[in-house]
Every structure is written in structure tokens, then in C-alpha cells.
Design a protein around this ligand. Structure first.
Ligand code: ARG
Length: 457
């Protein structure tokens, strides 16, 4: 198939140049959006009388059959074509002759490609959102099973205060719910029709842009033709939202990898989501989690690609912008793949409650509660903190814990202590009494689950 722009040229494009210039290998995935965009454009051209209604009807009908033929496999996309836009228009013209040549009236590939990417990313965003919601659903279900499963909470990877596994899981649910909001937010800004921007300077034809926007389910139209064809902010915003999703998945994976180690043994992954070693027979490796953590690098790379491609190009369209598609498609594909592998891995992992409980019982995780106990007896917090610090030092010296330290020793440090201290520092009390909104108590976590479930409905 020849180029659309042949008229001015005396020679064919060199084979190497054609391969370099062509984008069909990656923009062919937009065939459906390209054709649907053209159907809407032709419909509007017919309705406004810019082309004959009868010709518009022929064009839309033929575009429809091209779409069906590609879907059924009857029509193969020609990988020698310059891009998907060229291919579809060429095929239409082959089938309809002169009438096919009218489709591109009042349109440029510049506003066409800007349209196609927006339509494609709308669909991709929806898919990612569904996958995120499914993951949040799994987290809610797992959290529900573990509202009373005590585990150590950490800061600096040092045991800090007791929490529940349900609470920990719902922290990730909160991150993913923000991710969904971010995608919605970017998708909303992207939801305006660029068609009508033409190559850069709009058009003299009396287009009805609102009509095309309505046909394609856009909320409005772009307000400046130069910006309409040269804006790729939406790609960058989405790549940034996808990068944050990967940050969250990667942190989660890091924890799962640690939790699977013999040093922690808080969870065990299902065999279907682990791999073995070729030499060490005892090994069960969390490869899936590691790979998700590693793939975050690709997505951040895609974001960097997009920022770098866009940062130095003058208005309006420049061919540099053809580089947007591989980067943004890769980001979507990678996140999709990661979520597809990650969600069932979480769903099927077993939680080793006793190990979590045992780890929480070490490391003076209830020291804050010991100080709070003294505060309850009237001591200012700073003094209570200091007294508890002394008790911890004493326990370390004697190889004891706050639970096993004799009451006499407590009293020697501060005479406000009585028998009640043992109840006050019990792990269950320390955890389940943190009933503050957002806290780890079972009631509070159940509330978090309810809110999350409502959001993903
Ligand atoms: N394949 C091109 C792209 O993806 C389509 C737009 C081409 N426009 C042009 N004036 N060369 O950006």
C-alpha cells in the first residue's frame, strides 16, 4: 500500500525508512477506535452536508464491514502500511473508490491520532479499574477473616505497636482506592474530543464538533486546535497514575517476600504462585511477587519516556509524538499483567497466624501501652515514657519481657503500678482497644472494609 501523501514526491520511501517511520506494528491495536472515530466523523460530515448524506452512509456502512472483517480475521492488517489510519482509509478507498476518498475531509491524521489514543486509553483505564476493584475486593474478604489476627506493626522495620493482619491489608486497599480515584480523575480530563483541530489550525468546514463528541461519548471538545493535536498530558497523567499503582504493588510485594522468608514466616504462598530452584531442593521462591516488584521499573521508565519525548517539542504535532503509544501501551499492559498475577496470589496465600502472634509478643511492642497505663494513673506522658524506657532496659538486662517482669520490679521504677498492668499490656487489649476511626481494632477495621466495599460496588 502506498503513502497517503504521495502526490508531492517523486520516489517511494526507502524500505529502511519506511520501517523506521511506520507505527502500524503498535498502533494496529487501535483499529477499532480508529474505525469508530471515522464512522462518527463521516456521520457528522453527512449530517452537516459537508459531504452528501448518501456518500456518508456508504462510508459508514463500509467502515462497519471493515471493522467486522478485521475482527473475524477475514481482513488482515497490512504491516507494510504507514499506520492504522492509512491502512483503514486505504482499504475503504479500495472498496468504495471515489466515495472512500471523501472520508478524510476536514480531518488530519494529527487530530485523528489524538482521538484514537484517547478512545483507546478510555477503554484501557476501565479495564485497569476493574482489576483494581477486584483486588480491593479480595483484600476486603481476606481482611474480614483477619480482624482479630494480631501481628507486629513496624516502623523502621523494627517492631513498633501491635496491629491486626486485617488492618495491614486494608492499608493497601486504601492506596488502591486512591489509585482508582486518580485514574478516574485523569480519564475525566482526557474525555474531550480533539477532532476538528485538523492538522493544527482547525478547519474552514462548518463542522459540528459537539455532534461528533456526543456520538463518541465525549463530555465536550478541546478548546484550542494547537493544543488539541499537541497535548499528550493525558498519557503522562495516566502513566503517572499507573506508576503509583506499581509503587503500591511493589511495596506490597516487598512485604510478601519478607513474610515468606524463614525469618518471618507470616504467610505461605500457594504452590501455584511460587517457583522452585534448579539446584536447592528445599526452595520455594516468591518469584511472582519479585517480578511484580521488578516490573515497576518498566512502568516508571514508560513515564520517563513520555515526559522526555514531550518536554522539548514545539507546537503543534511533531513526529516525536508517535513515541507516545509504545510507552503508554506498555505501561497499561504491564500493570494489567501484574494485577492479573498478583490478585489470585493474595487470594490463595495462607496466613500463619501463630507466627504473627508470636512475633508480636516479642520486642516490647506494648511499651507505648505501658506508658499509657501510667498516664491513666495521672502521670504526665513524658514521665511515663521515661519510666517505661527504664523498664524496657531492665527487661533486656534480665532477658525478660514486660509480661514476665515481676510487679515488684515495676513498683521499684514507679509506685503507680499495680496488678492491672498485666491486663493493660496484653496484646489483645493493646490492639483491640485502638478503636479510633482508622485504627486496628476489629470494629474499626470492619468499618474500613464496609467503606471500601461501598466504593468498589
Ligand atoms: N502515526 C502517527 C502518530 O502516531 C500518526 C500521525 C501522523 N501525522 C503526521 N503528520 N505524520 O503520531
Amino acid at each position: 500500500m502506498g503513502q497517503l501523501w504521495k502526490g508531492r514526491f517523486k520516489k517511494e520511501l526507502a524500505k529502511e525508512t519506511n520501517d523506521f517511520n511506520s507505527s502500524i506494528s503498535f498502533d494496529c491495536r487501535m483499529f477499532e477506535e480508529d474505525i469508530k472515530g471515522s464512522i462518527a466523523h463521516a456521520t457528522m460530515l453527512g449530517a452537516t452536508g459537508i459531504i452528501e448524506k448518501s456518500e456518508a452512509d456508504k462510508i459508514t456502512a463500509e467502515l462497519d464491514s471493515i471493522l467486522n472483517d478485521i475482527k473475524s480475521g477475514a481482513l488482515k492488517i497490512d504491516m507494510e502500511a504507514e499506520d492504522i489510519h492509512t491502512f483503514v482509509e486505504g482499504e475503504l478507498t479500495q472498496r468504495l473508490g471515489q466515495t472512500g476518498k471523501r472520508l478524510h475531509t476536514a480531518r488530519s491524521r494529527n487530530d485523528q491520532v489524538a482521538l484514537d489514543i484517547r478512545m483507546t486509553l478510555k477503554k484501557e483505564t476501565k479495564e485497569i479499574k476493574e482489576k483494581l476493584k477486584a483486588l480491593v475486593g479480595v483484600l476486603c474478604d481476606k481482611a474480614e477473616e483477619h480482624t482479630e489476627t494480631i501481628m507486629p506493626g513496624y516502623t523502621h522495620l523494627q517492631r513498633a505497636q501491635p496491629i491486626t493482619f486485617g488492618h495491614h491489608l486494608m492499608a493497601y486497599a486504601a492506596m488502591l482506592l486512591r489509585d482508582i480515584d486518580r485514574l478516574d480523575d485523569a480519564a475525566e480530563r482526557m474525555n474531550v474530543l480533539p477532532l476538528g483541530s485538523g492538522a493544527l489550525a482547525g478547519t474552514t468546514y462548518p463542522l459540528d464538533r459537539q455532534m461528533t463528541a456526543e456520538l463518541l461519548e465525549f463530555n465536550g471538545v478541546t478548546q484550542n486546535s494547537l493544543d488539541g493535536v499537541s497535548d499528550r498530558d493525558f498519557c503522562i497523567e495516566l502513566a503517572s497514575a499507573l506508576s503509583l499503582i506499581m509503587v503500591h504493588l511493589s511495596r506490597f510485594c516487598e512485604e510478601i517476600i519478607m513474610w515468606c522468608s524463614w525469618e518471618f514466616k507470616f504467610v505461605e504462598l500457594d504452590d501455584a504462585f511460587s517457583t522452585g530452584s534448579s539446584i536447592m531442593p528445599q526452595k520455594k521462591n516468591p518469584d511472582i511477587a519479585e517480578l511484580v516488584r521488578g516490573k515497576s521499573g518498566r512502568v516508571f521508565g514508560d513515564l520517563t519516556t513520555l515526559l522526555t519525548v514531550m518536554k522539548g517539542i514545539p507546537l503543534a504535532y511533531n513526529k516525536d509524538m508517535q513515541e507516545d503509544k509504545e510507552a503508554i501501551f506498555d505501561a497499561f499492559d504491564t500493570v494489567k499483567m501484574c494485577l492479573t498475577a498478583f490478585t489470585p496470589m493474595i487470594e490463595t496465600m495462607s496466613v500463619l497466624k501463630d507466627n504473627m502472634r508470636a512475633a508480636a509478643a516479642k520486642g516490647f511492642i506494648n511499651a507505648t501501652d505501658c506508658a499509657d497505663y501510667l498516664v491513666g494513673k495521672g502521670l504526665p506522658f513524658r514521665d511515663a515514657y521515661k519510666a517505661t524506657g527504664e523498664l524496657v532496659a531492665l527487661c533486656i538486662d534480665k532477658g525478660l519481657t514486660l509480661e514476665t517482669l515481676e510487679l515488684e520490679e515495676y513498683k521499684a521504677v514507679c509506685d503507680l503500678f499495680d496488678e492491672g498492668i498485666y491486663k493493660a499490656i496484653s496484646l489483645e487489649k493493646c490492639t483491640f482497644d485502638r478503636k479510633v476511626e482508622g485504627g486496628p481494632s476489629p470494629e474499626s477495621v470492619k468499618r474500613q472494609i464496609e467503606i471500601a466495599k461501598e466504593k468498589i460496588k
